[in-house]
Design a protein around this ligand. Sequence first.
Ligand code: MSP
Length: 545
Amino acid sequence: MAASGSTDLSTTPGGHAGGKAYYVSTPIYYVNDAPHLGHAYTTVAGDVLTRWHRQRGEKVWYLTGTDEHGQKVMRTAQTNGVTPKEWADRLVETAWKPLWEHLEIANDDFIRTTQERHTHRVQEFVQDLYDKGEIYKGSYEGPYCVGCEEFKLPGDLIDGTGEYEGQKLCPIHGRPVEMLSEDNYFFRMSAYTERLLEFYAANPDFIQPASARNEVLKFVQQGLQDLSISRSTFDWGIKLPWDPAHVLYVWVDALLNYATAVGYGADQAKFDATFPADVHLVGKDILRFHAVIWPAMLMAAGLPLPGKVFAHGWLLVGGEKMSKSKLTGISPHQLTDHFGVDAYRYYFMRAIPFGQDGSFSWEDFTARYTSELANDFGNLASRVAAMVGKYFDGTLPAATADGPAEEALHAALANAVKSADSKVEQLDFQGALDDVFGFVKLVNGYLTEQEPWKVAKDTSEEGQARLATILYTAAESLRGLAVLLNPVMPATAEKLWASLGAEAHLGALPAQRVQDAGTWGQLPAGATVTKGEILFPRLEEKKDS
Ligand code: MSP
């Protein structure tokens, strides 16, 4: 598993010295605008991943934050008549942090690139590279996309049409690039082409999925160019310590958050116990920054490289990347108001294979909500609680008559746990949820076949033992499901845990170990089962309320 293994931090991606945290990061988001579904997609995925690992009993560090320097943020602030810092403060406090709270994101830290803990350490980092001769002065002439905050290669651009006829456009933003001509400092990235290729070869899992890895390999194999790492025509950024007429290129500033947030240059013990990241989660549009520039920077500084860069796909609207600049950004609140937060977290993890593009639709969400969450899972939980209430006064009976049908479920739960665990490890959230919901279907099938409502009419001792066994089996299955679903739908899983009366006997839900979830027979007979609130109310009712 990720939290154990090699101790050679210098060469092994994801290598862990004793006690190192399983460290996962999201990109730090630009504060030029409020978050949309695309941003929330990454952050929810990271939250599911880290909650799962915490439930494995591992030490975890989950980092997110905001990217506040650069022209994009500066221009937005100017348009709104405030300073960039005022704008960033406003967006962080009114939009970004509240959304993560709303979506139940359990991040361990939130870094802002305007914080001193970041800016000072970034200056030290670049000064160190400068002193090592890794940075030199030159001049840059070429295209730049402010939307991407990226120096583009001519081959990256597309020809404009219509209002942009005759201009070169950024393929991601569909807007004209700007031509820069300014004195800049450069990082000798070209010197790292071979070392990076060797690193990718030695660490085939470093870039995932395979399509992302291939894209990066192809790019690096062409040979890297030196990277412009400063700008001198505006001042919203971190000043280069040796030449304050320049501010650091916003991407170099931003990438360093992964080091400064965990104590680089400030708290060596914390840094050693956390860095490098085991998984950098990124959208595919920012893969090269993380899989090429970031490792080259770390190599230059003599720091260990991350375990994995995982590039997920885009949420599409009308076949194109959802984006605020194209006015297609949907606020997560629009969905959570209707479907609820847990269903939201579930939907995006279940409906779209992580690593591929996916289209979101209201109809698809409604269909999955109704069939998978309300009917298959929610009804199962309420039916079982209702029957334990009706036939046993809410006290869970003991299973004394296990037969092949029960034994099949014991094995199925153990298999679902094992398989889901290994799929989460590979960031295959959809596959893990398929395993869990495959088990839900089996439990429903078991009840349909066993017909406890008919068995209940048999008042013989044997009949009652059979009824007790069926209901125990169903309740114990729900106990396993509560543990498995807790990382994805924490509020729902807590409700289920409460309705099973599990806490009094087994302790708090987050303390339950994923790897023990498949051990049968943990919920003791005698537990008080109550019919709690409906886990997934019908959507029409919610609208009316
Ligand atoms: N600030 C940089 C990241 C610096 S990390 C050192 C940045 N910010 S961003 O706000 O523009 O985007 C952040 C993330 O959101 C990226 O991973 C991007 O892929 C993701 N998404 C933005 N729109 C998206 C979709 N429509 N779908 C899925 N993810 C998308 O880039």
